[in-house]
Write a protein that binds this ligand. Sequence first.
Ligand SMILES: [Zn+2]
Ligand SMILES: [Zn+2]
Length: 137
Amino acid sequence: MSSTTDLGKLCKREHDHAGTGMSMRYIHKSGKPIGNCIECGRENGNKDRDRQIKVRRMKALDQGRFDEKYRGNPCQDGHVLRYVVDGSCVSCDTERRRALAAPPEKREKRALTRTDNTARSRERAKARSKREAMRDV
Ligand SMILES: [Zn+2]
Ligand SMILES: [Zn+2]
């Protein structure tokens, strides 16, 4: 049996694995435990990714690339593709836009969608002008 993880001492952040009072930790290829808790690793990884997204977001806003996407946490519908500039779900956004083109009897829904989109583009413009203001200072 070859496993890359094994139960070890409870980590500093107390990631208790399934109530064993121990943490699941990475095992080196040689079989020696390297001691890193997999949950801690996951948390650190998320932090790194958050930082990367933030950097990409600023660049995208600077360069006006509003359609740049990244794979993020699933939305309430389980989609993972998101827009870099505001973190909104690409699929949900597309569906909302499709609703915009819906027949007139769905006007109420359309009105809602339009308000939503207007609010978002206003947010984007605000973020952009904030960036520009910062650059000028
Ligand atoms: Zn841990
Ligand atoms: Zn979605």
